[in-house]
Design a protein. Structure first.
Ligand code: PMP
Length: 300
């Protein structure tokens, strides 16, 4: 999705004008992907702009930083306040928030010895990531295993793997890629988790190669209320292709129906009923229309 500018970007504690928010070409993260980031969604609600599950995103940012021995110079509380202030200052309603902590300028070698760390936050207006139902393909690229990455983290360098799979899919005319893990089990999409619907229940593929997404976690919780059983277990590609319904989910993606895999129609080739029911409930919650989940919202 194209970038919609906002007024300020927060850089190491300062509100910097959009045009002036720049980094040096020798920034370590540009060369080696030595950065960690989050994608967070804010929504327009009746009580003003609300940020969805902010604290848990900040927790994950720190876990990611820890994985690459990065010392974040601000506390969780300071970042939380900075995000709220930035969203407010930029007058964001439906928005996307991207905190990114990175190894900066100081050493051209791979090992970030004596390299200072920086952190920035971007908050921009944001519409829908996908506005159509998705046709996906099984990628030739496999997701990182725990032997080559750290489970549960969002480290920039790892996204080269997502870019490979996305280009492969787009070049072949698909909307999105699907990736398996090294053991041939379904892992996830390049930036989203996947769910199957089979006989009225949900199956959440289990893979230590997939990011345990916050949207995925939210959906598993919401399904309890909807009386939909959720099974978290390993899934092979063949089972995925025989699902009644499929959908991708993620902070940016929200809930996106998948209507075909490798050209094979899923269900009747249209967005499924249960998928749409979950999507509706999810949107209701993020928009602040469900009292039970108001605790998931941080009002700015
Ligand atoms: N997998 C990957 C690789 C991702 O980048 C994302 C987006 N953060 C997801 C899954 C979905 O995670 P979340 O629901 O926390 O956004």
């Amino acid at each position: 999705m194209a970038i919609k500018k906002s007024k300020f970007i927060w850089m190491d504690g300062k509100f910097v004008k959009w045009e002036e928010a720049k980094v040096h070409i020798l920034t370590h993260a540009i060369h080696y992907g030595s950065a960690v980031f989050e994608g967070i969604h804010s929504y327009k609600t009746e009580k003003g702009t609300a940020i969805f599950r902010l604290d848990i995103h900040i927790d994950r940012l720190f876990r990611s930083a820890n994985a690459i021995s990065m010392n974040v110079k601000f506390t969780k509380k300071q970042l939380r306040e900075a995000i709220k202030k930035l969203v407010k200052t930029n007058k964001i309603q439906d928005g996307y928030i991207r905190p990114i902590a990175y190894y900066g300028y100081g050493n051209i070698g791979v090992f970030p010895k004596d390299v200072p760390t920086n952190i920035s936050i971007i908050a921009i207006p944001w519409g829908h990531y996908y506005s159509k139902d998705l046709s996906i393909m099984n990628s030739r690229y496999r997701r990182h295993s725990e032997k080559s990455a750290v489970y549960g983290t969002k480290i920039s360098g790892n996204y080269a793997n997502s870019i490979l799979a996305m280009y492969e899919a787009r070049k072949k005319g698909y909307d999105e890629a699907l990736m398996l893990d090294l053991n041939d089990y379904v892992s996830e999409g390049p930036a989203e988790n996947i769910f199957l619907v089979k006989n009225g229940s949900l199956i959440a593929p289990e893979s230590r190669s997939a990011l345990p997404g916050i949207t995925r976690d939210s959906i598993i919780k919401i399904c309890k209320d909807l009386g939909i059983k959720v099974y978290v277990r390993k899934v092979k590609l063949k089972e995925l292709k025989n699902a009644n319904e499929l959908f991708y989910c993620g902070t940016a993606t929200e809930v996106a129906p998948i209507i075909s895999v490798d050209g094979k129609k899923i269900g009747d080739g249209k967005a499924g009923k249960i998928t749409l029911m979950i999507k509706e409930r999810y949107i209701d919650i993020v928009r602040g229309n469900n009292k039970k989940y108001i605790k998931w919202l941080t009002f700015v």
